[in-house]
Design a protein around this ligand. Structure first.
Ligand code: HEC
Ligand code: HEC
Length: 169
């Protein structure tokens, strides 16, 4: 009984109605994408980058941020189509997708989500040592701070930075 209670209590703490219901980007809904593109890191929502950025990234998977993330031909086609159909421009009804697209200079191709002007601006008040600390490693690690990242919710109320805590603006 005791170990069971021990597991339950922290769940209640997180479910205390603190969480925001507003979805910032459309959640991922493709099992193959989660399996293949969520193997090494968080399965980033397609609505976090425009189509041209996804296409460029997919065409360079053999040298993906210094690692080989190549896919079988069939999986490559399925995932490329999924990213194209759900890219930020196709999701402009979601505030964050819209803001990311609008922040990019015309004809530019973003190299990553965390280096888009909107993301840089949104995170520029965080002490750099909190981003580079071992529990986070870098801005790419969305779910280290955004407890609801998997649901596509990036609300300030759902942030919990390791060794810092909740974000009060
Ligand atoms: C073999 C491991 C591996 C696989 C598989 C992989 N990635 Fe990555 N990815 C990385 C690494 C390493 C980085 C750099 C950041 C980090 O260290 O996590 C990265 C970074 C990224 C970023 C940039 C994050 C940012 O900073 O904004 C995106 C977007 C991304 N990957 C998408 C994908 C997609 C889409 C797939 C599936 C086609 C994929 N990744 C599969 C290892 C992988
Ligand atoms: C080190 C912790 C940390 C990491 C890692 C991080 N964020 Fe954040 N994020 C924050 C904080 C703190 C804020 C609020 C900043 C402010 O309001 O000044 C924020 C704000 C945001 C916002 C704006 C939310 C709002 O309501 O204005 C979005 C969207 C967002 N982050 C997405 C991401 C994504 C996507 C990633 C991964 C590519 C990421 N974040 C990585 C801490 C983090």
């Amino acid at each position: 009984m005791k170990p069971f209670l021990f597991l339950i209590i922290p769940l209640f703490v997180f479910a205390d109605g603190y969480s925001s219901k507003r979805i910032d980007v459309a959640p991922v809904n493709n099992a193959l994408y989660i399996q293949e593109c969520g193997a090494c890191h968080f399965a980033y929502q397609p609505g976090l980058l425009p189509e041209n950025a996804w296409n460029t990234m997919m065409n360079e998977l053999d040298n993906h941020f210094g690692v080989d993330a190549s896919l079988l031909h069939e999986d490559f086609q399925t995932i490329s189509a999924y990213l194209q159909q759900n890219s930020a421009e196709k999701n402009m009804q979601y505030k964050r997708s819209r803001k990311i697209v609008q922040s990019l200079p015309k004809n530019s191709i973003a190299k990553s989500i965390s280096t888009t002007p909107y993301m840089i601006r949104k995170h520029d008040e965080i002490r750099p040592s909190l981003i580079t600390q071992p529990e986070v490693k870098g801005l790419f690690n969305c779910k280290a701070c955004h407890t609801t990242a998997q649901k596509g919710i990036y609300s300030e109320r759902d942030i919990n930075i390791p060794n810092f805590g909740r974000w009060e603006d």
